[in-house]
Design a protein around this ligand. Structure first.
Ligand code: NDP
Length: 335
């Protein structure tokens, strides 16, 4: 384990798969993360089955050779439960199928801290609760594992009824391949706040930059389809982000871009956003930390998602969507 400025990082040698020996793992939900983590854990030698509703995910799990049990009643089938259904349905599934069934010695593993951190799921103290949260989409978690590397993850121990929670958590992280890259130990709170902050403070600014540039250039007479191509449609921006992960965000500028591009970007970056942006980011952070957002989202869910549905519906008719569809008719962008 590395202690680097108080950040604890665990790698393969720090994690011991023997914590999974003789243990049965039930992966609840066979979607994006469920499929990747179930396959990786099985390939790492763990005894894995899937708990799912009868749907196409259950069929996929069976095709991949897993025994599939109903979620109802699954508490008796395993020692470790990976909660890999969508966050917004986890509370009901937990209440209906696990809350009264889980016993001392069993463990519940989350891939995102939201429900546990905000107290929507409150397992009894004798249950182990930990988090192994990959910082990568499920398909790539699987792809990296198969090629012998791994996607990094955050891990956190919420409660340790058995006294073996930390070891089991690291064993799960190793089983999915995450310790090959390195896992950072954090808290449910930090993972949740960071994740929500990116969604609510960073990406809105990012999205607004696209939308504002689109408006400015469209009003200046540029073809909207060319704008969609220029901003991200060609995949160039995605390549820049990949290079940023490898080389560093500012350092990739120097390595990959022309001097004109470097000068233009670096000289115009200061002042590109106003103090208002920073203030709004700080407000978003506070609203996440004090539970304001969690309450707003729970109220929205109770009301039947009226605002959410309207926002998502708006995407279909947005001028940017029209431009993208038009661009796809003109140019084959899928590699
Ligand atoms: P998915 O949306 O892929 O869904 C997971 C599974 O849950 C699917 O099998 C789905 O079935 C099933 N499901 C949907 N609704 C219900 C329900 N009401 N009752 C029972 N099962 C249901 O989830 P993800 O893999 O994206 O997310 C799982 C967890 O992983 C979440 O906590 C998420 O925050 C976390 N996570 C996700 C990442 C990602 O890249 N997606 C990255 C890191 C963490 P069906 O196919 O029929 O809908």
């Amino acid at each position: 384990m590395n202690h680097s400025d108080e950040l604890k990082v665990f790698r393969d040698n720090d994690a011991d798969l023997s914590f999974l020996e003789g243990k049965k793992i039930a992966v609840i939900g066979y979607g994006k993360q469920g499929r990747a983590q179930a396959l990786n854990l099985r390939d790492s030698g763990a005894s894995v089955h899937v708990a799912s509703i009868r749907d196409s995910s259950a069929e996929n799990a069976e095709k991949d050779g897993f025994d599939v049990v109903p979620i109802e009643g699954c508490a008796a089938t395993a020692d470790i439960f990976l909660m890999l259904i969508p966050d917004e349905v986890q509370r009901d599934v937990y209440e209906n199928c696990l809350a009264n069934e889980l016993q001392a010695g069993q463990a519940l593993c989350f891939a995102h801290g939201y429900n546990y951190h905000f107290g929507l799921i409150k397992p009894a103290p004798e249950i182990d609760v930990f988090m192994v949260a990959p910082r990568m989409v499920g398909a790539i978690v699987r792809e990296y594992y198969k090629k012998g590397t791994g996607a990094p993850a955050y891990v956190a121990l919420g409660q340790d009824g058995s006294g073996r929670g930390h070891g089991t958590m690291l064993a799960v992280a190793k089983g999915i391949g995450a310790t090959r890259a390195g896992v950072i130990e954090t808290t449910f709170e930090q993972e949740t706040v960071l994740d929500l902050f990116m969604e609510q403070a960073f990406f809105p600014v990012f999205s607004q930059a696209f939308l504002t540039a689109f408006d400015v250039l469209k009003d200046a007479g540029f073809d909207p389809r060319m704008l969609a191509l220029e901003m991200y449609g060609s995949g160039e921006v995605a390549e820049i982000m990949k290079a940023a992960a490898d080389l560093g965000y500012l350092q990739q500028l120097v390595v990959l871009h022309s001097r004109t591009s470097q000068y233009g970007t670096l000289s115009r970056t200061p002042g590109a956003y106003s103090e208002t942006t920073k203030t709004r980011m700080k407000e978003a952070l506070e609203n996440i930390r004090n539970g304001g957002f969690a309450k707003e989202w729970a109220d929205e869910e109770k009301a039947g998602y009226p605002v959410f549905n309207k926002l998502v519906e708006g995407i279909k008719t947005h001028p940017l969507t029209t431009a993208e569809n038009g661009l796809h008719d003109l140019i084959d962008l899928r590699q």
